[in-house]
Design a protein around this ligand. Structure first.
Ligand code: MG
Length: 158
């Protein structure tokens, strides 16, 4: 059996009056992600972790933001398509770990729903999809609430 790992990272700018989607869940907030898609920073980082584990390039390569096909798209669809790409290469998903960096709001209460949502899309158990959240102690663009970032790792095997 060959075991492989990948990493993913994503950033979105935040602006007033837009919807905020993180980990497939709508977050109550006065700001949302500026994006070509729905701007789900966590799903984008997880997609890149999965693609990276399989050395299948990156999310922008498969789902270009210059394509009208992906305008406003629900990132859950991109995650499912990413899992399909890996399955077509014969990979089985092992687990995902992730962290969202955001000053406000606190994401703690949303995390179980994110794990449930993401694991269903990936065909995993909720316990195989870890989501963590941190502030950046008011430092940097996340701390100034100008943007949100997310990191993810994934393990796959075949
Ligand atoms: Mg993105």
């Amino acid at each position: 059996m060959k075991i492989r790992t990948g990493i993913g990272f994503d950033v979105h700018r935040l602006a007033e009056g837009l919807e905020l989607w993180i980990g497939g869940i709508r977050i109550e907030h006065e700001k949302g992600s500026v994006a070509h898609s729905d701007g789900d920073v966590l799903i984008h980082a997880i997609c890149d972790a999965l693609l990276g584990a399989a050395a299948l390039r990156d999310i922008g390569y498969h789902f270009p933001d210059t394509s009208g096909e992906y305008r406003g798209i629900d990132s859950k669809i991109l995650l499912r398509k990413t899992a399909d790409l890996l399955q077509a290469e014969g990979y089985t998903l092992g687990n995902v770990d992730s962290v969202v960096c955001m000053q406000r709001p606190k994401l703690k209460e949303y995390i179980p729903a994110m794990q449930q949502c993401l694991s269903e899309i990936l065909g995993l158990a909720p316990g195989d999809v870890s989501v963590k959240a941190t502030t950046t102690e008011t430092l940097g663009f996340e701390g100034r609430e100008e943007g949100v970032s997310a990191y993810a790792t994934a393990l796959i095997y075949r």
